[in-house]
Design a protein around this ligand. Structure first.
Ligand code: PLP
Length: 487
């Protein structure tokens, strides 16, 4: 398996899965994709139906990472996808059986002739779907670093979900340290406690006196200091990381098997979307041959992606145009993984991708409406919709009253938009991306009650916290990192 850049530089060079694992963007600013998508045969699909999550992950990943010995990869996936790690299921009676499924499918009911269900992706350590990929990344990083005798210092900025998923994935891992910047006193008490209560010596929480954008600017400034970056082996784990995307392909297969009896059936997926990482994995599953009818892209008020899929116009937003919503993990001004899909949409023409994403930088966007390429969006099965705060409050209330199920704000956006695209006889699977406890304020508004809290999180906010407060100053952050990486 060889990887290429969406912008075409280095064509003819060989990049294996391990080569691109620890890096971010390709040299030319493009994103890595496999030179060809592996196809799944009918026989394989039939055989995979019976596999455990870990073994399914092994089968899928091994098609993308043939440079890792099979026995190593199998050990890695079995260590990652365990019932102990994905144990925070909400049904106590069936907890053992559900946790063993890793991503259990919960059927809600039949609406407009379509079976509507939730694929639970948020039963991992931080109660959000990012654990699905990040836990694997933690083990892959440790494995690869050990093999090459290297170390890595991950520097990141977070407003909540990504940072905690990264910390829980990397805690205690050999050769890895995490320096996570978060805005001081700006996260919810629950999210703050999730991160700051970690006592592992390789995890450093830095509370920056500023807002999330200040944290992000500091990470950019440090990453642009190439000498510092090289000396202190600074890396990232952002959503463009290819291994994160490919790890997410697995649950599309698992969800498909859970919702169908045979491989002649088709299903649709509705995906709460921000940076387009999650739904990009759905696109790849479809390109591999999974019988997917529709991929429903659901956005919140930050509707960059919905606008594109309705009109063919991709227009990134300015900071001042980006709303702070009650589904904050989808509050994006541009979708950092979108370029991967555009590459496929344009028939894998790197020169055109390069031009379009230059236009994004210089003119703030591009317009494919008039070109024949936009028509192909339908062939790829994509449809979209957007949701507002009022919509998500309604959806949370409705699902609770009708199906006795509490959903979080992001999942509510997915469900709202899913309902606009139901087709009789085609199961609609909504990806559940977080548990309600993480976004309690809106649950209280919608339901006038407290969100459900998995037993293991009782008293979380009262645990001792370990963090350092620093001013919003890149030099101070560099000094902090340098002082703690002296080996
Ligand atoms: C990150 C996140 C999303 C958005 O996923 P993308 O891969 O960025 O599209 C949606 N919901 C939750 C809860 C998240 O944490």
């Amino acid at each position: 398996m060889n990887y290429i850049s969406t912008r075409g530089a280095g064509a003819g060079e060989r990049h294996t899965f391990s080569d691109i694992l620890l890096g971010g963007l390709a040299k030319d600013g493009g994103l890595y994709l496999p030179a060809d998508y592996p196809r799944v045969s009918a026989d394989e699909l039939a055989r995979w139906r019976a596999l455990s999550y870990a073994d399914l992950a092994f089968e899928i990943l091994s098609k993308f990472s043939d440079d890792i010995p099979a026995e190593d990869l199998r050990a890695l996936t079995r260590r990652t996808y365990t019932a102990q790690t994905y144990c925070h299921v909400r049904d106590d009676d069936a907890s053992g059986a559900l946790a063993a499924q890793i991503t259990p499918l919960k059927t809600l009911g039949v609406e407009n002739g379509a079976t509507l269900s939730l694929l639970e992706l948020s039963n991992g350590p931080t109660l959000a779907f990012k654990d699905m990929a990040m836990q694997l990344l933690g083990n892959l990083f440790e494995y690869t670093l050990a093999k090459h005798g290297e170390t890595l210092n991950i520097l990141g900025a977070t407003s909540g979900d990504t940072g905690s998923a990264a910390e829980y994935a990397m805690r205690g891992k050999q050769g890895v340290r995490v320096f996570m910047l978060s805005p001081h006193l700006k996260m919810s008490a629950f999210q703050t406690a999730q991160m700051y209560s970690l006592q592992d010596p390789n995890i450093f929480n830095v509370a920056v006196q500023g807002v999330f954008d200040d944290c992000q600017d500091i990470v950019k400034a440090v990453s642009n200091d190439h000498a510092f970056k090289a000396q202190y082996k600074i890396g990232t784990v952002n959503s463009i990381n290819w291994a994160r995307v490919v790890a997410q392909v697995v649950y599309y297969f698992k969800g498909y098997f859970a919702a169908t009896q045979s491989n002649d059936e088709r299903v649709s997926f509705a995906v709460p979307s921000g940076n387009f990482g999650n739904v990009c994995a759905g696109h790849i599953a479809r390109m591999m041959g999974l019988p997917i009818e529709k991929l429903v892209v659901a956005t919140n008020e930050n509707d960059v992606l919905d606008e594109f899929f309705r009109t063919g116009i991709y227009r990134v937003r300015k900071a001042a145009e980006t709303y702070h919503t009650s589904s904050p993990s989808m509050d994006i001004s541009k979708a950092s993984n979108f370029e991967r899909f555009v590459f496929d949409l344009l028939g894998r023409d790197p020169a055109r991708v390069l031009q379009l994403f230059r236009d994004v930088e210089e003119k703030g966007g591009f317009d494919l409406a008039a070109s024949g390429d936009f028509a192909r969006v339908q062939q790829f099965g994509f449809v979209s919709g957007r949701s507002s705060h009022a919509d998500r409050v309604d959806a949370i209330r409705d699902v609770f009253e009708r199906y006795d199920t509490m959903i979080d704000t992001h999942t509510a956006d997915g469900l709202k938009v899913a309902r606009e695209h139901l087709q009789p006889g085609i199961p609609m699977i909504v990806l559940e991306t977080a548990q309600p406890i993480k976004f309690g304020e809106t649950i209280r508004e919608a339901l006038l009650r407290e969100p459900e809290r998995p037993a293991a999180f009782a008293g979380l906010e009262a645990l001792p916290q370990r963090f350092e407060v620093l001013p919003a100053d890149a030099q101070r952050v560099k000094d902090f990192v340098a002082a703690r990486t002296s080996d």
